[in-house]
Design a protein. Structure first.
Length: 516
């Protein structure tokens, strides 16, 4: 395995001195078609690719209470269903999109996006084969809010016009917030939340979809919506989005970690504005990888005879998402070219239904943190605490080069809940973080690093490192953590003893003396 074919990065977040937030500034040319260069190979060969998981289709709403679905399907949806949030119609409404704004000048001027008629949602969420060989379908739907059932109002995907913000297909965008829920005792509870913005071309004619995505509605039958195709393309590099969703008191149901693809982020989970989640940032360029063609007989050819038979005259294209691909990326490293197969700008923040290892701080309530990176792929679990070094470690991997053979530069941002940071490192932590790229010869290439505090987060940022070395190390040099020592002060007046506790080094208030 070539050390320059990939990098498994040890990203360590430590409380640091603030150095000022660095912008990505990446203007590398990008391809329009996110999946255009990731094709299936010839028969009896396989190509593995690492792609974004959220752009296969536009979001859609489902319901475990939809009577059109079978009892079996309703039970399945009760364990997890999606609600695309509509635009808020009143100040009191909860579970809705509060604002969708955009800027073309780095946030100096914000404009409201213009809501357009939705092209509609796919008619079927998924299907299962019944014993008689027919399909048992899970239908999509829209519905009104139902407080008794804990349901937010569900809509078709929101489609917006952003005048002046031009992608290669125009100025129309899908920009949505979608909640994931489950049902407990007949009432739905929030499991997660996702913000996604995509640019692309919508087509009502399925014949126009050749070479694009598969038909959205392969299972559809009348009177279900007949379907359309959507071709996602890169977002403009000069675009900045600010999207907020109002969840009211139910914001407290959000837990765990989030991950995403945003540059120069500003994110608030109800601290600056109560009950409101706001995600602001620019799209970030991400490299997508593809192996060379792996023929049958190669040790890395892993296609079963059953799959070969299903594929017919074509080969197999294995697809890995960012969060499940790092082990496979290492496994297939010898087949991954130095240059990325495609490079596209992405804007997404999503709940991450995995738990990191945080030692005694594991049970910290609320949203623990957010990981944002431009890496092709990364660890399947959030950052974990190394009990010996006291650092938070995270692995990412990417191609060494961009598609144009320029060096790929890494970006990593960690938002850590301030209460969790205090649990890990104590109330007072001194030190600084040094991010270094260490190659096989032991030479270091420092990255640009910063730390800031905002809206209840401690925010760590590293940028400018290259994916050419096998390891990136983030170290605290030095780290001094101490507990606050106290002194008790006392005074006696009219037979009554009064005490006050002060920090070591402070003076007792007037009339008080230090207790021996």
């Amino acid at each position: 395995m070539s050390g320059k074919a990939l990098v498994a990065l040890l990203m360590t977040a430590i409380v640091t001195a603030s150095l000022g937030l660095a912008a990505s500034g990446d203007e590398t040319p990008i391809t329009d078609d996110i999946f255009g260069s990731l094709k299936n190979p010839p028969q009896f060969t396989v190509v593995k690719s690492w792609e974004e998981s959220n752009f296969r289709s536009t979001p859609f709403s489902t319901s475990p209470f939809d009577s059109r679905n079978s009892e079996s399907i309703r039970k399945t949806l009760a364990t997890g269903f999606k609600t695309v949030l509509g635009v808020c119609s009143s100040a009191q409404q909860i579970g809705c999109l509060k604002t969708v704004e955009y800027s073309l000048d780095s946030g100096a001027t914000w404009k409201a996006a213009i809501l357009q008629r939705s092209p509609g949602q796919r008619g079927v969420a998924f299907g299962a084969i019944k014993g008689d060989g027919t399909w048992d379908l899970a239908y999509t739907t829209t519905y009104a809010a139902d407080t008794a059932k804990g349901l937010f109002a569900a809509t078709e995907p929101n489609y917006w016009q952003l005048p002046g913000a031009k992608s290669s297909t125009g100025d129309s965008y899908f920009i949505n917030a979608t909640v994931q829920s489950h049902v407990e005792n007949g009432v739905s509870k929030l499991d997660g939340l996702e913000f996604v913005a995509t640019a692309g071309k919508v087509s009502d004619g399925l014949n126009d979809c050749a070479g694009w995505q598969e038909d959205f509605n392969a299972f559809d039958t009348a009177p279900v919506h007949s379907g359309y195709c959507y071709r996602p393309v890169s977002l403009p590099t000069n675009l900045r989005l600010r999207v907020s969703a109002y969840l009211g008191k139910r914001i407290s149901e959000l837990q765990g970690w989030f991950d995403g693809r945003i540059a120069e982020p500003n994110i608030d989970f109800g601290v600056a504005t109560a009950g409101t989640v706001t995600v602001e940032g620019a799209p970030i360029p991400v490299n997508y990888a593809r192996t060379s063609i792996i023929p049958k007989g190669d040790p890395l050819y892993d296609v079963s005879p059953e799959v070969e038979a299903m594929q017919g005259a074509s080969g197999t294209g294995g697809i890995y998402t960012p969060m499940d691909g790092i082990s496979s990326f290492v496994h297939f490293a010898s087949k991954i070219p130095l240059a990325a197969a495609a490079r596209n700008t992405v804007w997404r923040v999503s709940s991450w239904n995995q738990a990191g290892s945080l030692g005694n701080c594991q049970s910290a309530p609320g949203v623990k943190g957010i990981v944002l990176t431009n890496a092709t792929t990364y660890a399947s679990a959030p950052p974990s605490l190394d009990p010996q070094s006291g650092s938070l470690n995270f692995q990412v991997a990417s191609t060494h080069l961009n598609p144009d053979n320029s060096l790929s530069q890494g970006e990593y941002t960690l938002f850590l809940q301030d209460g969790l940071a205090k649990c890990i490192w104590g109330e007072t932590v001194n030190g600084s973080a040094t991010v270094s790229v260490v190659d096989e010869d032991g030479k270091s290439d420092p990255a640009t690093t910063s730390m800031s505090v905002s809206n209840g987060w401690v925010i760590f940022h590293a940028a400018g490192f290259h994916y050419s070395a096998p390891t990136i190390q983030v170290k605290l040099t030095p780290a001094i953590t101490y507990s606050v020592k106290t002194v008790t002060c006392v005074k006696t007046a009219k037979g009554k003893v009064t005490t006050k506790v002060i920090k070591l080094g402070q003076k007792c208030p007037a009339g008080f003396t230090k207790k021996a």
